[in-house]
Design a protein around this ligand. Sequence first.
Ligand SMILES: Nc1nc2c(ncn2[C@@H]2O[C@H](COP(=O)(O)OP(=O)(O)OP(=O)(O)O)[C@@H](O)[C@H]2O)c(=O)[nH]1
Length: 354
Amino acid sequence: MHDVDELINNVRHNEQIALRFFDIERCILSIGRCDQFVSTLTKEVQKQFSVPFVWVNLINEAPLAHLVESLDKSTGLKDRVLFTRRSALIDAIGVGNKTVLVNQNVEKYREITPSVYRGIIGSVAISPLTMDGEIVGLFCQADESPDRYDPYTKDTFLLDQLAIKISICLSNVTAREKLEYLATRDPLTGLLNRRQLELMLDREFARSKRQKRDLTVVFIDCDAFKSINDTLGHNCGDEVLEYIAKRLLKYIHKQGLAFRFAGDEFVFVTPGKSYDQAISIAESIHDYLQANPLRYRNNLVPITISYGGASVISDSPSSYKQLLKTADERLYHYKNNRKRLVPTKVFKFLNKIR
Ligand SMILES: Nc1nc2c(ncn2[C@@H]2O[C@H](COP(=O)(O)OP(=O)(O)OP(=O)(O)O)[C@@H](O)[C@H]2O)c(=O)[nH]1
């Protein structure tokens, strides 16, 4: 009779856990954005199972690399998501690809633990997250008490079940995010594409007029790019574009957004910045590129750019299209005025290696 009671109790207990799993799954299944997914998932598990610390480690390479940028920007997720090297994930989980419980030498797992939890965790359950059979992340639950996830007394079956459900939902959400990423980005440089530029300008132009707040756009074009392509090859041309894009992102940082417009033309938009402020950003990018040629195989490829800008306050355009047109015309004016000067450096270099 005692055995039967215990059996019934176990069934009830498992049924309760299954219901909580169902609640968690219901909450995360239809989420389309990864930041919301991580946020809801970790909060739900915390709530349903009263776990004090819950976080996710995601791999910082394909197939999840496209998430790094957006999740890194989400300040609310700082303690809930970490991007980690594949080898650190595999070291933590071992070859069994099953949940691992740890309550000794927890410091060994520093790399996969958010800095705020280091030193206060007594035990942790680390479950693998997989996509197409490959490990892509870890789902971690931790407690101050060393007994909560004791490897000698606790079973991991239910934690493995939960990790499988989370993995399925993660596959869904990343597939959706990837589609959105591909639709909005230039595949070579990762910058936002021209369509996104137009959508942003349409929105920001109206806001700028309404609030009488400046909005500046700046075109940037690589000088003699075709000759670099023709002399050093298309791969080198691609690297030049990626190099410029990286610098552009670094200089724009939180001041605005950068886009690849077409071919070797880029645009950046700085809401709230005056014409002079935006042009000084372009000058800094220009000076950096001029002083730091791209290393390509055994060559140091000189890169120079031309730029031209326009702003809502100083140019009073009637539409965002006119704002773009004015900036583009200034770029070509700038380019033509100095065509015989700066690009000569590039041509001289290219002639030497021809
Ligand atoms: N490598 C590479 N080349 C590209 C890409 N997209 C466009 N191009 C090439 O970029 C070149 C742009 O040529 P132009 O507009 O004449 O540019 P340019 O030689 O810099 O001339 P100026 O602007 O007058 O200095 C063309 O030859 C395109 O084929 C790309 O994604 N990768």
